[in-house]
Design a protein around this ligand. Structure first.
Ligand code: SF4
Ligand code: SF4
Ligand code: SF4
Length: 164
């Protein structure tokens, strides 16, 4: 027999504040208490990026695809978990780590090619191939750049930037 209260306690303590769960969550810190794990958000996700995370709670996986901000997850959810569509969906931003091909002097611009908001630009540097730079103000955290990166060098998380 699974002790739900214990599992919830465990999962809550395992939650990293930088983890992206779902867009438009009203109270991310209370998500585990209020979500019933019914799976309706996942079943209605336009790009099928909502998977079962720790404890069976839904979480987006940008390794599958991007979030199109269609709002279907929020519409399908029977619980009062989501903000209205007019609100900002999340504070998620993309970051690139040192395993990036361009960082290692191998030509690659896949992430920039897929970024709709053109948040990723490439700058030529002496003695190097063009280097990617993410404009965090333009990045929507959609995750489109994640699955196209051949070296899994991009992470999308809730960055805490100057209190934002
Ligand atoms: S907004 Fe749409 S694409 Fe994004 S997680 Fe929700 S259902 Fe999926
Ligand atoms: S797709 Fe990945 S490897 Fe290519 S430039 Fe972007 S971060 Fe670097
Ligand atoms: S998460 Fe989306 S908006 Fe941000 S850099 Fe990647 S593709 Fe562009």
């Amino acid at each position: 027999m699974v002790d739900i209260s214990k599992r919830r306690f465990f999962t809550r303590n395992q939650m990293d504040e930088s983890t992206i769960r779902l867009p438009w969550l009203a109270e991310p810190e209370r998500f585990i208490d209020l979500c019933t794990r019914c799976g309706k958000c996942a079943g209605n996700c336009e790009t099928k990026i909502i998977t079962k995370g720790d404890g069976g709670f839904p979480t987006v996986d940008f390794g599958v695809d991007e979030c199109t901000f269609c709002y279907r997850c929020a519409e399908a959810c029977p619980e009062p978990l989501f903000l209205s569509k007019e609100e900002k969906p999340w504070d998620a931003k993309a970051t690139i780590n040192g395993s990036c091909l361009a960082n290692n002097n191998v030509e690659c611009r896949s992430c920039g090619d897929t970024c709709d908001t053109m948040a990723i630009t490439f700058k030529l540097e002496i003695g190097k191939v063009a280097q990617p730079n993410i404009d965090i103000d333009e990045c929507t955290g959609c995750g489109a750049c994640v699955s196209v990166c051949p070296t899994s060098s991009i992470n999308v998380s809730n960055l805490q930037i100057n209190g934002r």
